[in-house]
Design a protein around this ligand. Structure first.
Ligand SMILES: *Cc1c(COP(=O)(O)O)cnc(C)c1O
Length: 305
């Protein structure tokens, strides 16, 4: 990994990047019972560094643990402090932050009497997840043949490690077919979300996004919804079909890693003009101004490092 930094926070202590290792019989490695977060810190316009919506990310980390019944041996305040300290120790102004709560080694059955929860927090520099070009010009998406998780099969509202096999299958399938990102349908055939992003469509000035059913409740999604409402765009949380997606004037994805990425094509059908639409660009611009501390109305979303 070329973005390697100096230290990783592990179980309450800082260890060197190369020494932040675990045993091969780590329970989560075998069964995927663990949860994680993806957070970003941005270098603000005034030179400061701020984590975007840190409180919401820490709340979701604890929520994910609660959903899958993993005890977390720290308080929210301790985890929040550890995230900020990890950024400071590594002297990073802009970073992707990856906390993970996992079960260590000790017992190998799927049921463990003692739940040996461990926590690690790594930070590194990570640019535009779907590419700088994708952020500007839009990407090409394809509907995957893999269905998004059933709401009563895996817990879709938690960022559970094991859930990402579903995302990986979809992503590998569409990359090998020559596209940039996978869109998954839910078990009833409605559009759910992308492999690691939520989805928005715009038709005749009305914005629509999938309701909180089979999707991961994105914090970027929530930010986009707040920005759109404040700008006065009509917005509906309503399920929609694949053909409605094809007919949209604009489509974009939202996620911490992918930020706001326009979609210019779905299943070889051009979306709108084939270029990022006006509403997408308006929201994208405000989003980037917000994370860099340029919008007073959303200053509450920033935790300065
Ligand atoms: C993390 C994630 C998202 C985006 O959530 P954010 O809080 O905006 O980063 C969307 N879908 C899936 C499946 C995810 O894992």
């Amino acid at each position: 990994m070329d973005a390697k930094t100096e230290k990783i926070w592990m179980d309450g202590e800082f260890v060197d990047w190369d020494k932040a290792t675990i045993h091969v019989l780590t329970h989560t490695l075998h069964y995927g019972w663990g949860v994680f977060e993806g957070i970003r810190a941005y270098h603000c316009h005034d030179g400061a560094s701020a984590v975007f919506r840190l409180k919401e990310h820490v709340d979701r980390l604890f929520g994910s643990c609660h959903i899958v019944d993993i005890p977390i041996p720290y308080t929210k305040e301790e985890i929040t402090g550890a995230i900020l300290e990890t950024l400071r120790v590594n002297k990073l102004k802009e970073a992707y932050i990856r906390p993970i709560v996992f079960i260590g080694d000790g017992e190998m059955g799927i049921y463990t009497k003692e739940v040996n929860s461990r926590v690690a927090i790594a930070v590194w520099g990570w640019g535009a997840y779907l590419g700088d070009e994708g952020l500007k010009k839009g990407i090409r998406a394809k509907i995957s043949s893999f269905t998004r998780l059933h709401v009563n099969g895996q817990m879709t509202k938690a960022k559970v490690c094991g859930n990402y096999v579903n995302s990986i299958l979809a992503k590998r399938e569409i990359i090998s077919a020559g596209y940039d990102e996978a869109i998954l349908l839910d078990t009833e055939g409605y559009v759910s979300e992308a492999s690691g992003e939520n989805i928005f469509i715009v038709k005749n000035g009305v914005i629509k996004t999938t309701p909180l059913t089979s999707i991961l409740p994105g914090i970027t999604r929530d930010s986009v919804m707040a920005i759109a409402k404040d700008k006065g765009y009509p917005l509906l949380e309503e399920r929609f079909t694949r053909d409605e997606l094809y007919l949209a004037d604009e489509v974009f994805f939202s996620g911490t890693a992918a930020e706001i990425t326009p979609v210019r094509e779905v299943d070889n059908r051009q979306i709108g003009s084939g270029f990022p639409g006006a509403i997408t660009l308006d929201i994208q611009e405000t989003f980037f101004d917000t994370v860099k501390g340029r919008v007073d109305a959303y200053k509450d979303w920033l935790s300065y490092v």
